[in-house]
Design a protein around this ligand. Structure first.
Ligand SMILES: [Zn+2]
Length: 338
C-alpha cells in the first residue's frame, strides 16, 4: 500500500499524549519573548537556534529558552500557541506535560505558574482549539520531600485542567529513583490524579520495570528500550501498559541512528499498546501528522494499524466522556480513502 497523506493524517481523529510545553516553543515564540524581555538571541538568523550540532548545544539552547518566560502572561501565551499548533495538526485532545523546575526565571510561586499554563489552554479552547489538559511533572532531581511539595500544590489547587502527576529527568545521570518517588505517586493516585512516568529512554528496561512496579503507572512515556528485555515486553502486553512513543525525538536526540532501526515496529508487532507522539513539536520541528505519515511510509503500516494507533491514543489518554466516546466512534468510522 502507499503511505497516507498529511491531509489524511490531519483529518484522522487522534490524541497526543507525550508532548511537553517545556519543548513546545516555536522559533517565533522564542523571538517574541526575547524581544519582550530585552534578551539577545543566541544565534542569528533565529532559525539557527533550533539547529543543534550536539547534545551540549541543545542543552545550552534549552537553558536559554526556558529562562525567557518570566510572568504569567508570557507563560499563558506559550500554552495558547501550543494549543493552536495542535489544532493545525488535527489533534482532537492532548495530555500535555510541564516541568516547573525548568522555568527558572518565572517570577512567582508554583501555583501561579500552573494557573498561567492552564489559563492559556482555557483561552485557546474558548477560541476553538481542541482541549489540552495538563500533567505536572516532578523531576528525578527532586528529593522526595520536594516532590511531595509539588503534589501538595497540585492537590491544594484542585484545578480542573490538572489531571495527572508525571515524572521526567535524565535517569542515566541520577540512576534509579523508583523507591524515592513511589510514596508520592501512591498519594497522587489515592487523591484521584492520573499518573504517568518517563522511562526506557535515558534508562534501559530497569527504568520501565520501576515505573510499572514501583510507581504503578499504566502509561509510560517513551518506554522504547523495553525492547531490550523480552520478558518485560511480554509483561507490558499482558498488563496492557501504554507506551507513548516519540520516534523522531529518539532519532534526533541520538537514541537510534534512524527510523528504520527504531524499535517501535517490534513493539507494535509484539502486541504492545503503542501511541505516536512528537515529544516537543516546537523544538523538534515535527508535527503529529508527520509522525503518522512517516510511520506509514517507513514501516509500511496498513490503515488498520494506523487506526489502531489512533484508537490507542484516545484509550491511553486522560480524556473523559463524552469526548472520549465521540473520538473513538470517529476513529472507527474514519474513511482513509483506501
Ligand atoms: Zn518526553
Amino acid at each position: 500500500m502507499s503511505a497516507i497523506t498529511a491531509d489524511t493524517a490531519r483529518r484522522l481523529p487522534k490524541a497526543e499524549l507525550h508532548l511537553h510545553l517545556d519543548s513546545g516553543f516555536e522559533v517565533e515564540d522564542a523571538v517574541r519573548l526575547a524581544e519582550e524581555n530585552g534578551v539577545p538571541l543566541l544565534k542569528e538568523p533565529p532559525d539557527a537556534m533550533f539547529d543543534w550540532e550536539d547534545l551540549q548545544e541543545f542543552l545550552t539552547f534549552l537553558d536559554w529558552v526556558l529562562c525567557l518566560p518570566r510572568n504569567g502572561e508570557q507563560v499563558a501565551s506559550l500554552s495558547y500557541s501550543l494549543a493552536q499548533r495542535q489544532r493545525r495538526s488535527g489533534v482532537s485532545y492532548t495530555d500535555m506535560m510541564v516541568s516547573p523546575i525548568h522555568w527558572k526565571n518565572f517570577e512567582g510561586p508554583l501555583e501561579e505558574f500552573i494557573a498561567a499554563v492552564a489559563s492559556g489552554l482555557e483561552e485557546a479552547e474558548r477560541d476553538g482549539c481542541p482541549p489540552v489538559y495538563l500533567s505536572v511533572s516532578i523531576s528525578r532531581k527532586h528529593s522526595r520531600a520536594e516532590a511531595h511539595e509539588v503534589l501538595d500544590t497540585m492537590l491544594a489547587m484542585g484545578h480542573p485542567r490538572v489531571v495527572a502527576l508525571s515524572i521526567d529527568g535524565n535517569e542515566a545521570l541520577v540512576g534509579r529513583t523508583g523507591d524515592r518517588f513511589a510514596p508520592v505517586f501512591k498519594r497522587a493516585r489515592a487523591n484521584g490524579l492520573g499518573i504517568r512516568a518517563h522511562a526506557g529512554e535515558s534508562s534501559g528496561p530497569e527504568g520501565v520495570w520501576d515505573a510499572i512496579d514501583l510507581l504503578k503507572t499504566q502509561r509510560v512515556d517513551h518506554g522504547v528500550r523495553s525492547v531490550e528485555d523480552p520478558e518485560l515486553v511480554e509483561e507490558l502486553v499482558e498488563r496492557g501498559i501504554f507506551l507513548n512513543v516519540c520516534p523522531w525525538s529518539n532519532v534526533l536526540l541520538g537514541l537510534y541512528p534512524d527510523r528504520e532501526s527504531h524499535p517501535i515496529r517490534t513493539l507494535v508487532d509484539a502486541g504492545a499498546r503503542v501511541t505516536l507522539n512528537t515529544d516537543g513539536s516546537g523544538f523538534y520541528r515535527i508535527t503529529l501528522e508527520d509522525e503518522y505519515v512517516t510511520a506509514s511510509e517507513v514501516y509500511g503500516w496498513s490503515t488498520d494499524v494506523l487506526r489502531r494507533l489512533a484508537r490507542t491514543s484516545v484509550e491511553a489518554s486522560f480524556c473523559q466522556d463524552p469526548l472520549r466516546s465521540e473520538l473513538l466512534a470517529g476513529i472507527d468510522a474514519f474513511d482513509f480513502g483506501d
